[in-house]
Write a protein that binds this ligand. Sequence first.
Ligand SMILES: Nc1ncnc2c1ncn2[C@@H]1O[C@H](COP(=O)(O)OP(=O)(O)OP(=O)(O)O)[C@@H](O)[C@H]1O
Length: 505
Amino acid sequence: MAESDSVALPLAPETYSDHVLTLGKGISLALGSDALVAKDKDLAKRNRTRFCGVAIGNLPTEIALPYYNILWASIDNDNELVIDYTTEKRNAKIRCERLQYSLGNTPIVPAQAWIETLLKRAYGQAQRQRRAKVLVNPHAGPGGAVHIWETDVRPLFEAARMTLDVVTTGHGGQGTQISEALDIDAYDVLVVCSGDGLAYEVFNGFGKRADARSALQKVAIAHIPCGSGNAMSCNLNGSHLPGPSALAVIKGVRTSIDLMSITQGSRRMLSFLSQSVGIIAEADLGTENMRWLGAARFDVGVAQRIFSKKVYPCDFAIKVEYENKSEVRAHYKRIRNGEQGQKNEGGESTAAASLLTSDSKPEAGEGLPPLRFGTINDEVPDDWETTSYDKLGNFYCGNMAWMAPNANFFSAACINDGLMDLVTNDGDIPVRKYIDLMTSVETGKFFDNSLVSYRKIVAYRFTPRNQIDGHISIDGERIPFEPFQVEAGWELEADRYQRLSYKRF
Ligand SMILES: Nc1ncnc2c1ncn2[C@@H]1O[C@H](COP(=O)(O)OP(=O)(O)OP(=O)(O)O)[C@@H](O)[C@H]1O
């Protein structure tokens, strides 16, 4: 039996059941397996399939509203049942709609029980009515973030009865300041309406706090895509579009992700997405003057570097976990299938947990955990593999699969397996092959390309050589062109709302 077991039902069974609310005038609302089924001729008529404005097909008697699209339901002061839900319009725009019915003689108690059942199905494990701090960067991407927030996102959040505290950022660095000082008991989620750069600021703001670990575990960080690449949203919302992403943030279930720890000079930073040196870093950071092109600036930047055959001499040292593609593929499949053996009882990857000593495990509530491999200023550990490259073309390390909607660079990435995926390729590849290599990112064949080296690693140190200046990108943000060291921070987890998981192999 369903949730209304304990509720006295004064009406005849045909008027009210656990799953059907009968509202008079031939209208009834039934809780189906995946959707709310509304038997309402007028509503069905309004939602009839149309072609060039002309209604086609038989006149339906009912319509189904998927639970995922139901935002809220309640009884208002006029004894009306109100159900807010979303529909998808052209161009993947998501818009709010409302059903409104007088309850008439339907008693309030069973109607409320029915609403509770509806909301349980609509939200599942997702938290309802989240309290959100929202940061909107008016200069993100091509510059439409404020409009996106007001028209595509805010109406959905309000219809889901979220509590909103909105700040339009006025300068760079404000994301860090706000998250560093945030009252973490007052919010469930911090929503970033920007590109990935503002999310990077927010992670690092949390990382600076004395209670960094609590902050990162307590307040989820969510992304509404308003930049050019929007990798975070592609990976965690399953969309690079604002409307579907807003719905994913409302309906998503909290998911832990690994954060990577970086040291450079005397600084320690957090990275949630990727680090790159070479063609990808330059295609991103070296094309700021082409911002007006939107996401196309990356493609232009890559093409420019392929034709100039640019190489990036460097040394790097790596602590490798899985050396070749077949090992990587096997690991990915094990994680995907949820096989035991990869994760220990605490849900930690055994690869990462083996690096942990009980002395180094921090208590929840502390600041960032200590680094396991020291900093860039320490000796490279003996068991790291060291390599010198004269003609490196691309050094790209990541923790999530998609770096942009059309760029699945890290096909084997698992967001909380305690490992980082490292992709490298030479820079002196013939132009034709290099173009094929880069376009294979879009067709999903990048991983299998023989020119690509793909490893899963625990930590690395990167040292540029014979170059006066260049680009190093951390989550799309520039850091000085100096040696840096990174370790997979399996202990550093931030909660996000994730809707989809991808099958990549
Ligand atoms: N009002 C503002 N004026 C200037 N810079 C800002 C402002 N608000 C935020 N920023 C800065 O803008 C930078 C860019 O942010 P973000 O990456 O989120 O957008 P984007 O660069 O447009 O996106 P993408 O990297 O996808 O192109 C961040 O580093 C942030 O500090």
